[in-house]
Design a protein around this ligand. Sequence first.
Ligand code: GDP
Ligand code: MG
Length: 162
Amino acid sequence: PLPILAVVGRPNVGKSTLVNRILGRREAVVEDVPGVTRDRVSYDADWAGRAFTLVDTGGWDPDARGLAQRIAAQAEIAVTLADAVMFVVDATIGITDHDEEVVKVLRRSGKPIVLAANKVDDMRAEAEAAGLWNLGLGEPHVVSALHGRGSGDLLDAVLAAL
Ligand code: GDP
Ligand code: MG
């Protein structure tokens, strides 16, 4: 079986856009409204000659109730089944209490975590992304899923973790 990378993070941070960027095709559903990806969806991906399974998830809110809780449960399952986790944050928003909750759960999983600081479309956003070192997950890999900026370096880090 191929190594598995789970992509997790709050709704609307650009997880599905990033998944499409990695796949090189528009397969994951991207929406302007949060919470569109509700299940775990697996894709065959490869980078630099290495094949892996990429799992897109819905938004992860550990305090969620109702439907949101079921979406979060799917994200948690995805982490459990993964060999490594890509934690995506919106660098233009920065760290929220919610992100810190998710980081605690991710740490408990014991899985290698690669931090993707998404929506860094320009230099100004890059400066904001520096604050993400405070999450304690190492280097925030700055990326613009929309424009493709930084995605090569991010994937190199992912392969090193898988
Ligand atoms: P998800 O809920 O985390 O899967 O987020 P989506 O991939 O559905 O994206 C949510 C919104 O953010 C969409 O409107 C995307 O076009 C937008 N988005 C995603 N990546 C970027 C990025 O790198 N820069 C900017 N400016 N917007 C982005
Ligand atoms: Mg999505």
